[in-house]
Design a protein around this ligand. Structure first.
Ligand code: PBG
Length: 327
């Protein structure tokens, strides 16, 4: 055999393998979703997401402490309000569930990053992500309300707002509203490429946010489209987003790669509820090794080009990085 042309596979010692890794993971790049229920005191397990909990306002700090114990330093908050109406008014209430949760978390630990989901589906009695005109969501009317929601989150102390509504022009409207209200420092993580996905099922069960009629295909993206994701990202970049997002993650690794290669803004991937629930279910049935599947999927998302990851496994992935299973 010609020794000079022998292919190198770099399968050597563990140390050399680690040194040669092309993808590096860090607990700093993990964001943990926290569900806060205004009507709850204490915690309640979420049936559709085994291992996850709803937190009452009196116990949201417990979720933060658990994150910190695992080395996770960033969260994204989702709210379950006590009251819903047709225009989702509890979403921008000064003493609304998210506004209170942000104040509570920030008072307990100012250095813990708090991102807030800006959307209306958890707050409207019809479950759509905006204001309805007839059976359709009225894009421009919804934008006015989203701006109020974002400003109220910033007022409560959120570090970053994450509009997940998918209305056209939302990033520009939020940026202007935040700036005018004096929140130039509040960042925007735009859910740029958010697909109309069946993977959101367990989240909607957990957040009580399933649409009462129709679906979200009018405002979320068609899974057949890749170039459209690039157009959405380009718009969000031009409108002033600080971070772009692709969601879900696993079925859209090609989109993550393409967005990472095309844009210079940091890119977040959201490994959504269905991705987590599928691993949990397969593991509970004894079909897969949960820990290794969790690790491998997390690595694949970062390898595809994500700079950060929202995941219900954030705490366990941080542990796996620390033990050296990945990273
Ligand atoms: C709100 C929102 C959804 C998710 C995040 N923000 C649900 C949806 O669009 O129906 C899904 C997250 C997940 O599945 O983990 N619009």
């Amino acid at each position: 055999m010609d020794l000079i042309n022998r292919p190198r596979r770099l399968r050597r010692t563990d140390g050399i393998r680690r040194l040669n890794r092309e993808t590096r993971l860090s607990p700093e790049a993990l964001i943990y979703p926290i569900f806060v229920d205004e009507t709850l005191s204490g915690t309640r397990p979420i049936e559709s997401l085994p291992g996850q909990y709803h937190y009452g306002l009196d116990s949201v700090c417990r979720a933060v402490e658990e994150c910190r114990a695992h080395g996770v330093k960033h969260c994204i908050l989702f709210g379950l309000p006590a009251e819903k109406d047709s225009c989702g008014s509890s979403a921008w209430a000064e003493r609304g569930v998210i506004q209170e949760a942000v104040r509570t978390v920030k008072a307990s630990d100012p250095d813990f990053t708090v991102i807030t989901d800006v959307c209306m589906c958890e707050y409207t009695n019809h479950g759509h992500c905006g204001i309805l005109r007839g059976q359709e969501v009225d894009n421009d009317e919804t934008l006015k309300h989203l701006a109020k929601i974002a400003v109220s989150h910033a007022q409560a102390g959120a570090d970053m707002v994450a509009p997940s509504d998918m209305m056209d022009g939302h990033t520009a409207v939020l940026r202007r509203a935040l700036d005018e209200a004096g929140f130039q420092q509040t960042a925007i993580m735009a859910y740029s490429a958010k697909y109309a996905s069946a993977f959101y099922g367990p989240f909607r069960a957990a957040a009580g946010s399933a649409p009462s009629f129709g679906d979200r295909k009018g405002y979320q993206m068609d899974p057949h489209n890749r170039k459209e994701a690039l157009r959405e990202c380009a718009l969000d970049e031009a409108e002033g987003a600080d971070i772009l997002m692709v969601k879900p993650a696993l079925s859209y690794l090609d989109v993550i790669r393409e967005c990472a290669d095309t844009f210079t803004l940091p890119l977040c991937a959201y490994s959504v509820s269905g991705e987590y629930a599928m691993i949990k279910a397969a593991a509970a049935a004894g079909l897969v090794d949960e820990r290794r599947i969790m690790c491998e999927t997390a690595v694949s998302i970062f390898r595809a080009g994500a700079d950060m990851l929202i995941t219900y496994y954030a705490r366990e992935i941080a542990d796996a990085i620390r033990t050296g299973e990945i990273g």
